[in-house]
Design a protein around this ligand. Sequence first.
Ligand code: CP
Length: 353
Amino acid sequence: MRHLIDITELTINELEKLMETAIDIDEHGEKYAHAMEGKILATLFFEPSTRTRLSFEAAFIKMGGNVIGFDNTISSSTAKGESLIDTIKTVSIYADIIAMRHFLEGAAFAAALNSSCPIINAGDGGHCHPTQTLADILTIKRETGRLDNLTIGVCGDLKYGRAVHSLINALSRYKNNKFILISPPELTLTDNYVKQVFDDNGICYERCNSIEEKVNSFDILYMTRIQRERFDDAAMYERLKNSFELNVDMIKNAKPTMRILHPLPRVTEINTNVDNGPHAAYFKQVKNGMLMRMALILDLLKQKDNYYENFNILDTEKKCQNNKCVVNSERNVNNYQKKIEGQNVCAYCEKEF
Ligand code: CP
């Protein structure tokens, strides 16, 4: 059994194959119309969603399968105090595959360690969002013809934006990509992440404060929402929430081929006057997301793999210090560590001990 918790679990070859399948689904959907007959997808969403949950459900239904699940914590037995682990042990008896979103970092990994069916991470707190990255890379490939030799501006909430974390992890593995990081100082990528992803791998990046300063160099501009739900300090959110508002004047010096992506939902960070211009690709991402989720489900349900060996996790007495990590809020989640770039980190949220 194999899961998808973090985008780096997929090799570049595997990503390539998923994109090929997604394009084939787009062109020959009828070939896949019965692929999930007799199978059940469970969507367990402990946090709000429009695109991710509905695209998983649409993906499964288009392939002839059935869907069960919940879309909030009030209507499930979580409201009565049931632990995440007991919920997963139960639902994985009913379902063939689970797509889950949770507000705690590492929740999907904790679920995978306790599930009898494949788990897909549909977003775990401010940590990762691997299936958003699948949508993003197919969009970039279709719009620019490549995933390497790109200058990628990443703008907005880089600290809490899980889509950003997964996207940078994926695109860092392709040759000659350069990142320009645009955020308020309070919402920059954490030092830990920058070290693990950029510095230790010699990836080219720079930081800047404004979109206009670098707009003529971008092949991709990846805009993100300031993630209100992750802030401990409401006053800080109010101060930062309107940090960026992209409009058509700001992109007049962009390359004609530059594409703007956004995982959505948007609040005010992209003016709607950008939507109908040649640069906007964010609604194409929505469709590509569904196609890639179809390809992923097909792949996970045919794979046999020893997931635990892949992760090389170890018991530890050490306690994770991240109060947003699943190990600190959920019952029956063991302390585990793993090594990233020689550093011992929490196996769930990947923060250093
Ligand atoms: N991009 C994304 O995750 O959107 P939803 O929150 O609507 O699922």
